[in-house]
Design a binder for this molecule. Structure first.
Ligand SMILES: Nc1ncnc2c1ncn2[C@@H]1O[C@H](COP(=O)(O)OP(=O)(O)OP(=O)(O)O)[C@@H](O)[C@H]1O
Length: 335
C-alpha cells in the first residue's frame, strides 16, 4: 500500500464555552491515502466538521487544536500563518454544505475564482480569465464565459455548489475536504454533484475526505469509512466491509436506523437515546449508555481503537468495540 498523504496523530480540539470545557475532537488518529475517498460519518455533533476545520486550522480561539496534522512531510499545526495560507485553498481546499457561506454575495463569481487563481497560481490577464472559464466548464456550468459576470444569487442551489467546487479546485489541490457538500440539495442534484466530485477526483488525482451523515452517500462514493462518535473515531473499514459486517455497536446501530444502507426489506430500528453531552461524557465507551451489547467492562475503561484486520480481511479494520466478535452474529440477525 502507498504511504498516506495525510496523517492525523492524536488530533484534539477543545472548546471553552458557557456550557463548560469540552473536547469536540478527542485523540483522532487517521490516515488518508493518495487518490482515495474517505467518508467521515456519525450523528450530528460527533465532531466531523470540527475535525475538517482543525486540519485546516480554521478553528477560532479560544478553540484549541493540538496533536499533529502530517501533510506531505510537514505538521500543519506548527506552520506559520503565511505558510498555512499557502496550504489552505492551495494544496488543500474545502467545500461546505451551504455555498452561500463560502461565496461572497457581492462579488461576481468570475472575480471570486480569479482571486483564488491570483493567490495560488502565477496566472494573470487573459490566461487567468481563460482558466476561470475552463474551471466553470469543468464543473458543468453552461455558457461559462457569460456566467463569469453573474453573482452567486443568480445561480440555482446546485449550480452554486458547482461554483464553489470550481473555486476550490482553482489551485489544483491534492486534497479536498468536503463538509456535507450535498445535504442541502434535492436528491437528483445531489447525485449529479457526487458524480461530478468523483469524476474530478479521478481527473485531477485528488484525495477526498467526505463528511456526511448520509450512509447512502457513503455507499455511493467512498472507498473507506471512519465512524465518529462523541469526538472519537470508533470504527475504520473499507466501505463494503463496513456495510456488510459492522464491527462497532454504534456502526451497527447507524446501519439499522437508516433506510437503504443495507437490505431494503429490514425494519428500521432507531438508536435509543441521544448522543452524550460532551461536557459530561460517561466513563469508558461513550456509546455504552445507548448500547444493547454494553457490559460492565465497557463502562469500566475507555476501549482503544484496536486493529482487528485478519487474514480474511486484508484491508485494515479498526474498532473501539470490545464486543466486535459478538456483533458479527447479531448484526446478521438484525440486518
Ligand atoms: N466554534 C465552536 N465553539 C464551540 N463549540 C463548537 C464550535 N464548533 C463546534 N462546536 C461543538 O463541537 C461539537 C462537534 O461539532 P461538529 O460541528 O464537528 O459536529 P458534526 O459531527 O459535524 O455535526 P453536524 O453533522 O451537525 O455538522 C458540537 O458539540 C458543536 O456544538
Amino acid at each position: 500500500m502507498s504511504e498516506p498523504i495525510l496523517k492525523l496523530n492524536n488530533l484534539c480540539t477543545v472548546f471553552h464555552t458557557a456550557r463548560g470545557r469540552f473536547t469536540a475532537v478527542d485523540g483522532v488518529n487517521l490516515e488518508l491515502f493518495p487518490g482515495e475517498v474517505l467518508g467521515l460519518v456519525g450523528e450530528s455533533g460527533s465532531g466531523k466538521s470540527v475535525t475538517l476545520r482543525s486540519i485546516l486550522r480554521l478553528v477560532r480561539p479560544p478553540g484549541r487544536v493540538s496533536g499533529e496534522v502530517r501533510w506531505r512531510g510537514r505538521n500543519l499545526l506548527s506552520l506559520s500563518e503565511p505558510q498555512m495560507r499557502q496550504v489552505r485553498g492551495g494544496e488543500i481546499s474545502m467545500i461546505f454544505q451551504e455555498p452561500m457561506t463560502a461565496l461572497n454575495p457581492v462579488l461576481p463569481v468570475g472575480e471570486q475564482i480569479a482571486e483564488t487563481l491570483r493567490e495560488h497560481t502565477e496566472l494573470s490577464g487573459n490566461a487567468l480569465r481563460q482558466r476561470a472559464i475552463e474551471l466553470l466548464e469543468l464543473v458543468g456550468i453552461p455558457s461559462p464565459k457569460e456566467r463569469l459576470r453573474d453573482y452567486p444569487h443568480q445561480f440555482s442551489g446546485g449550480m452554486r455548489q458547482r461554483v464553489m467546487i470550481a473555486i476550490a479546485l482553482a489551485s489544483n489541490p491534492k486534497l479536498l475536504l468536503a463538509d456535507e457538500p450535498t445535504t442541502a440539495l434535492d436528491v437528483t442534484i445531489q447525485d449529479q454533484i457526487l458524480k461530478l466530485l468523483l469524476r474530478l477526483k479521478d481527473t485531477l488525482g485528488m484525495s477526498v475526505i467526505l463528511v456526511t451523515h448520509d450512509l447512502g452517500v457513503v455507499a455511493q462514493t467512498c472507498e473507506r469509512v471512519a465512524v465518529m462518535y462523541a469526538g472519537r473515531i470508533v470504527e475504520v473499514a473499507p466501505a463494503a466491509e463496513l456495510f456488510a459486517q459492522p464491527r462497532h455497536a454504534y456502526t451497527l446501530g447507524l446501519l439499522n436506523s437508516v433506510p437503504g444502507a443495507g437490505s431494503t426489506r429490514r425494519p428500521l430500528i432507531p438508536i435509543p437515546g441521544a448522543p452524550p453531552d460532551l461536557t459530561a461524557l460517561p466513563p469508558g465507551c461513550s456509546f455504552a449508555p445507548r448500547c444493547a451489547f454494553a457490559t460492565d467492562e465497557c463502562t469500566a475503561q475507555r476501549p482503544p481503537l484496536m486493529d482487528i484486520s485478519g487474514p480474511e480481511s486484508p484491508a485494515v479494520r479498526l474498532t473501539a468495540c470490545i464486543h466486535h466478535d459478538a456483533l458479527s452474529a447479531a448484526g446478521e440477525v438484525t440486518r
